[in-house]
Write a protein that binds this ligand. Sequence first.
Ligand SMILES: Cc1ncc(COP(=O)(O)O)c(C=O)c1O
Length: 438
Amino acid sequence: MPDSTHLSNKGISASKSPMRIDLEIYYEAMENLYHSETNPDGALPMNVAENHLCWDMLRNRIEKVTRENTIPDWVASYTDPAGAPSFREATGEFFSKFLMHVPVNPDSLAFSGGATSTIEMTSFLLANPGDTAVIPAPSYPVYTGDIGTLPEVKRFDLQVPSMPLSSEYQFDLQLLQDAKEKIEANGSAFRMLILTQPDNPTGRIYSEDFLRKIADWCIEHQIHLIVNEIYGLSQLDIKNPSLNKYYPEVSPFISFGKIMAEYQSPFLHFWYSFSKDFGISGFRIGVLHSHNEDLIHAYRNAGLGHSISNYTQWVIQEVLLDHDFLKAFFKSFQQKLTESYLIVSQTLQNLNIPFNPSRGSLFVWMDLSEFLDEESLKGEEKLWLEIYEKTGILITPTNGFGHTEKGWYRIVITSLNHEELKVAMKRLSDFIQIKRKG
Ligand SMILES: Cc1ncc(COP(=O)(O)O)c(C=O)c1O
């Protein structure tokens, strides 16, 4: 068919592929936001992975930086496209002290605009067009576009049994071997394995022992293993007296950075972003950490178009150097996140709605399959819209998570404050009780 857009083939395809299907309805909800006094029937968007719990605290600290300092000269000029040296150093120290608990060499870090850009750049540099990245399902829907649109890497959703519900991932490595054979039989190469911990959407983590087993398997098969710890400091306080009974025997959270420091393998990599733990998705800061020097050089050489504004790097570097502030910030965030999780999980427990016990992330992954009219994407979309229309609660649509079981939905628990979250849970309870009465 003749095309009148005058775009390239990729341009035409992009013009017809919305980044996510809920954006229009999300903008509608944002125009009609709930307010206890001025708009008590308003919408409660809980679909986008935003963390608004500690912005006031961070804003004050950022304003202190801009109020009390003169902007250094380097900010106005070009710098290293992989990140200004002083910003890489501050981030290395932050990783070392707060997440990985091993020394982190600033030269093993390369930055770009958000995890989105970091994922895209890394995929472009590690895999050839047509290669495949394997991702345990369910997982972050936008990985498909990040690895696919420009790098042209295919997504293979590894179907990991969801039962029994668990806060830790465990699966037979034979699944990876089977995936490899299937991918190769289709003429592609299993090039990357992407894990996320804590996971989006399930909140699961990987035990240190299991991470090591997966790393050994990947190195043996010369497959790049990348662990995305974008939610690395969004961990629940599972020692909280209201939560600890649900986590009787659990593994400690171990950052993959610690394992990488020991292995020093060119096949092991790590992603992070300041969007979630810090709640500053608008600042657009993502980072690759790797001991593969060639990869970091390639990132630097190809990355100018993806680099972050020096002003952003400077401001955040000043915050990162203040470890006392970071300690207080993450303590407060963990308390608030745990409270948000309790508000949602206790509501679901009272309603007898199954959900995956989480160790962290900004989500609860819940099973609403009992309310599906039909076990299909269409049935899921109908229920998703019905919840929005009847309650004003916008949860994440099910498209693109890549798993085969129907009726599981992700709810973002950090986009609303605790009072708003309680209103949302009351509306959800009323909806479910009416639904069950039939
Ligand atoms: C697993 C995962 N990776 C990457 C991203 C994108 O992050 P950024 O805003 O830093 O691009 C998200 C955002 O939801 C995510 O959940």
